[in-house]
Design a protein around this ligand. Structure first.
Ligand SMILES: Cc1cc2nc3c(=O)[nH]c(=O)nc-3n(C[C@H](O)[C@H](O)[C@H](O)COP(=O)(O)OP(=O)(O)OC[C@H]3O[C@@H](n4cnc5c(N)ncnc54)[C@H](O)[C@@H]3O)c2cc1C
Length: 459
């Protein structure tokens, strides 16, 4: 193969958006994917993408602004996010939503989700989105190789000029005048890296793409990349402990009004904060055991076929149990009856007074919705764990997706986008921003690489 292909490493949302964008602009592209199947964590995802000012929102009568989306990112990230990355997201988010619609990615609903002050969780069907992006890329002539893990970068002095990948047991060197775009996802499936960077997450359920072992971060580090955000690694609260990649068993009743208690029958947190922060709090409870508890009023707010809110599905699967009284519920779950009754009674009276004296809960998600009392039988309970889904820490990049060295200088020929990049989320995570970020920065990376090539030709 000649040197005139942009090399993309990893075929999830970021890699495929980059491949479609670059090929539509006339570039030749080769995508190398480690697994037999494309999609990585994107394919397994809960399907929310964070966009504002969309036609979908307008149809539902939701008034929203890009500025408020950006402000939510910064507030949830506790202002530790890199502002330039948030601004780039803001600048390109609506165009990327419209671009995805043009690509025939089918958006289904728009939900209120964690961290957002407006309903902005635009849902996709991940298999439809990945399949469609793949088809569009291939229609543009993109070469996609599966079972082709990249194992090394090729360098010429400081510049990245290619990769070594494996195919049928052989190592093949592929060089490029375009540069290498790393979109190889995070390390939610690497026990080695999780033990090293996030030992506090040892008691989490492991989910995420089978190939997501931090290869992209290691490859970038081998070329001198600087890393960031590892101190902010968190799990995601809301999964039944029996969850697997095939059966994700997730319910966020707390964002519809449920409370969370520990095995002592006590609340321990404001349930409206990010599920990442809920995960931190849950992992500190005795034996890491926690339960969501809610009533019929909240159960009725379930949304069929939704990744977070399809409560009936988990009920039918026997993972959510119902009881006529709180006493029966506590007895069956092995929680102290008196304490749980007192917890709920205090919570209900606080809700009615409009002031959560224990933890300051004022909303259902970050700033959206009003809490309701838990008083209408039947009552429901779900044993709930924290899962490791995605890592959100990684290589340092600028807003154009150049990978940066420890001195903040771009490493020539190396770009990165998607989950393997740090700096975006800061100290907290907002739902839908990871898939959103993958699509937006995947497209930016494609344009940056093409632009760099053009400038090279002009020299
Ligand atoms: C259960 C679950 C639910 C989630 N829900 C949401 C949600 O609702 N909204 C949201 O925004 N985010 C969600 N996320 C997170 C989100 O899915 C990911 O962060 C995002 O999809 C990452 O996209 P990506 O393209 O960067 O990586 P991925 O989609 O993981 O793709 C990376 C690809 O690179 C490949 N790869 C790895 N190493 C190599 C190598 N050496 N050579 C070649 N290829 C390689 C992998 O096999 C993989 O296919 C969820 C994640 C999980 C697991």
């Amino acid at each position: 193969m000649s040197r005139d292909h942009l090399i993309i490493v990893g075929a999830g949302m970021a890699g495929l958006c980059a491949a479609v964008e670059a090929s539509a602009a006339g570039a030749k592209v080769i995508v190398l994917e480690k697994q037999a199947e494309l999609g990585g964590s994107s394919l397994l995802s809960g399907c929310f993408m964070a966009f504002a000012e969309t036609d979908f929102q307008k149809k539902l009568g939701i008034e929203d602004t890009t500025e408020s989306l950006m402000e939510d990112f910064l507030a949830v990230g506790q202002y530790k996010n890199k502002r330039t990355l948030i601004e780039a997201y803001g600048k390109h988010q609506l165009a990327t939503y419209n671009w995805l619609v043009e690509q025939d990615v089918q958006f289904q609903t728009c939900q209120a989700v964690s961290g957002h002050s407006n309903p902005r969780g635009h849902t996709i069907i991940p298999s439809q989105a990945i399949g469609q992006l793949r088809a569009n890329a291939e229609a543009n002539g993109v070469i996609i190789k599966t079972n082709a893990p990249v194992v090394r970068l090729v360098k010429n002095n400081e510049q990245v000029v290619g990769v070594v990948y494996e195919e049928n047991g052989e190592q093949i060197e592929l060089t490029t005048d375009y540069g290498v775009l790393l979109t190889a996802g995070g390390f939610s499936q690497s026990e080695e890296l999780l033990a090293q960077f996030a030992p506090q997450l040892a008691n989490t359920v492991r989910l995420g793409g089978a190939g997501n072992k931090g290869d992209g971060i290691k490859l970038a580090a081998s070329a001198g990349a600087w890393l960031e955000d590892f101190t902010y690694l968190k799990g995601t609260y809301g999964f039944h402990p029996t969850s697997t990649n095939d059966k994700k068993r997730q319910a966020h009743t707390f964002y519809k009004g449920g409370i969370i208690v520990n095995e002592l029958g006590k609340r321990f947190v404001n349930e409206s904060i990010s599920y990442k922060l809920l995960g931190d709090a849950a992992l500190q409870q005795p034996n890491c055991r926690t339960y969501q508890v809610w009533d019929q009023t909240i159960m009725d707010k379930g949304v069929a076929n939704d990744a977070l809110y399809d409560f009936d599905l988990l009920y039918r699967e026997g993972l959510i149990e119902s009881f006529d009284t709180i006493e029966q519920l506590a007895e069956k779950a092995g929680l102290p009856v008196d304490v749980l009754q007192q917890t709920i009674s205090t919570y209900n009276s606080d809700v009615k007074k409009g002031q959560d004296t224990a933890f300051g809960r004022t909303s259902l998600t970050h700033k959206f919705g009003t809490p309701t009392a838990i008083e209408t039988a039947p009552f429901y309970i779900m044993d709930t764990a924290t899962a490791m889904l995605a890592t959100y820490a990684g290589v340092q990049v600028d807003e154009h997706t150049h990978v940066l060295n420890p001195f903040g200088e771009p490493i020539e020929g190396l770009y990165a986008a998607g989950e393997m990049v740090g700096g975006f989320h800061g100290a907290g995570y907002m739902t839908g921003s990871s898939l959103g970020k993958a699509a937006i920065f995947g497209r930016i990376a494609a344009r940056t690489a093409i632009q760099a090539k053009k400038q090279e030709v002009l020299k």
